[in-house]
Design a protein around this ligand. Structure first.
Ligand SMILES: NC(=O)c1ccc[n+]([C@@H]2O[C@H](COP(=O)([O-])OP(=O)(O)OC[C@H]3O[C@@H](n4cnc5c(N)ncnc54)[C@H](OP(=O)(O)O)[C@@H]3O)[C@@H](O)[C@H]2O)c1
Length: 293
């Protein structure tokens, strides 16, 4: 019986969000369990109509976004805040962006990470439930000329920084038997990038980190996933020379760069109740650039 009506539950899950839902069936009547859903009957021609609902059963979550003062991290933080979640971002200097609460944090320093979490938890009034490890840097260079310092700095920030934040975050998550860890990687992590051995290695490492967290803590209600953006519309991509921009665009099946909001939407979904059974996954937001990897 449960399996028979799984499609009805699927339709209902859409109707509890802000989507308009049309279901299809092939009998004369909607049948049991379909009350409140409006359907099309392709074989018996009942016509089409639509239901709208704006209800949502999502509880506000306590969210910490590293590097949330600008770029993709800022879009992620704003997206969570706009959806009614309690958000704190980390920044290294200056003031947090308008309307967001911030704590100072350098992810290459364990003490700084610990202090930032303690302060964030005071601001949030509870332990962090959703960690978005977004802080990252690049220091590109050809392999033969790459210095130890440039390799180490990128791995220390992008990979070890995410590890330090995840290690601190799961303390509260284990106690609560609930938590979401989202690691912001890159299409380059699996595709590779000439001149980006340090960056690609650090971003590929996040996959092993998320999957090991999943194996270690999956039974405690904690998920850990990787989001792998491709080219994103940022100041950096805006300033690309026209010929390089055209070349990059030609390699992307979608034929365009992503917006920061498109990355934020996927991160938010991973933190939502609907994604409770998604863990250890690598979700590309790259318009098809890296598919198959
Ligand atoms: N932009 C893209 O096209 C793209 C594509 C794929 C993946 N990504 C990844 O997405 C993430 C965000 O990228 P973005 O383009 O938004 O970068 P961005 O604008 O350069 O911002 C990077 C953020 O990381 C923070 N950060 C850097 N080092 C840090 C450290 N040691 N401790 C704490 N925070 C630190 C920065 O803080 P400060 O402001 O203090 O410097 C800033 O908030 C990165 O992990 C990046 O690798 C980006």
């Amino acid at each position: 019986m449960a399996a028979r009506y799984s499609h009805i539950r699927l339709a209902r899950s859409f109707s509890t969000d802000t989507l308009a839902v049309v279901t299809a069936w092939t009998g004369r009547r909607p049948g049991p369990g379909r009350e409140g859903l409006v359907g099309t009957a392709p074989r018996y021609d009942y016509g089409v109509s639509v239901t709208d609902s704006t209800s949502s059963n999502h509880q506000p979550q306590a969210v910490l976004v590293t590097g949330g003062n600008r770029g993709i991290g800022l879009a992620i933080a704003r997206s969570f805040a706009d959806a009614g979640h309690d958000v704190v971002i980390t920044h290294r200097s200056g003031q947090p962006p308008e309307g967001l609460r911030g704590v100072v944090c350098d992810v290459t320093d364990s003490e700084s990470v610990d202090r930032a979490f303690t302060q964030a938890e005071e601001l949030l009034g509870r332990p962090v439930q959703v960690l978005v490890a977004n802080a990252g840097i690049t220091k590109d260079g050809l392999l033969m000329r790459m210095s130890d310092e440039d390799f180490d700095a990128v791995v220390d920030t992008n990979l070890a920084g995410a590890f330090r934040c995840a290690r601190r975050a799961v303390k509260g998550m284990i106690r609560a038997r609930h938590g979401r860890v989202v690691l912001v990687s890159s299409v380059v992590g699996l595709l590779g990038g000439a001149g980006q051995t340090n960056y690609a290695a650090s971003k590929a490492g996040l996959v092993g980190l998320a999957r090991s967290i999943t194996r270690e803590l999956g039974g405690r209600g904690i998920t850990a996933n990787v989001v792998a953006p491709g080219f994103i519309e940022t100041e950096m991509t805006d300033q690309l020379p026209e010929d390089l921009r055209t070349k990059y665009l030609a390699s992307i099946p979608a034929g365009r760069f992503a917006t920061t909001e498109e990355v934020a939407g996927v991160v938010r979904w991973l933190a939502s109740p609907e994604a409770a059974y998604v863990s250890g996954a690598v979700i590309p937001v790259d318009g098809g650039l890296g598919m198959g990897h």
